[in-house]
Design a protein around this ligand. Sequence first.
Ligand SMILES: [Zn+2]
Ligand SMILES: [Zn+2]
Length: 217
Amino acid sequence: MSPIAPNKVKDAINLLHGKIGKHSREDLALVSQHICSSSIFWQKFTAANLEETKSRHRQHKHLQSLILPIQAIMYNPRTMLSFQESLVENLANSSVFDYLDEAADEETKLMFLNDLKNALESANGSTRQAMGKQMPRARLLHTLVISNSQWIPVIQIQNMVMDPVRCNRRGCEKSGNSQCARCASRYCSADYQKQDWAEHKLVCKLLPGLKSKVQSA
Ligand SMILES: [Zn+2]
Ligand SMILES: [Zn+2]
């Protein structure tokens, strides 16, 4: 299957929104499959939308509309069956979690996370590893915990994709030899621990309690 050309990304999004012409279910399924297999699409898509979240000053309705194509793909049952692995791999290699942090409302985050968790359960080791580079997501977890909603999928995803001895700083692949005194999250160095504090402080107090709740769930 040929990848979607960069200049077709916008057309594909419009098609998913139902904005260009009348298309059959088969057309939509085919486009979804192409999109799932296109790493270019996901990199362009998340990069463009992250840029947009900065320029529009986080207007909620607008940000919300950006995530609709992702939902359309995640909820296309045919897509999920045979293209799940390549979709998850492409999501892992794009900045999709940064985008989720910024753009999605609570309900959308939860639906997306539950789908992602299911997809990851059947994903291979390298896909999980790629997803692991995007975790942990302190901001995401914090929003969901504070709003008393279902934060369990975030912890479950972290447990599936995170190497327990890896540095907790997002993007760092070194092993973590020192630990946070309060929550035991690991870091490769005191420097990285300091750099991570702005995000980590959102969940540091919450983590020990959350992890034991997940284990007993
Ligand atoms: Zn590190
Ligand atoms: Zn901590």
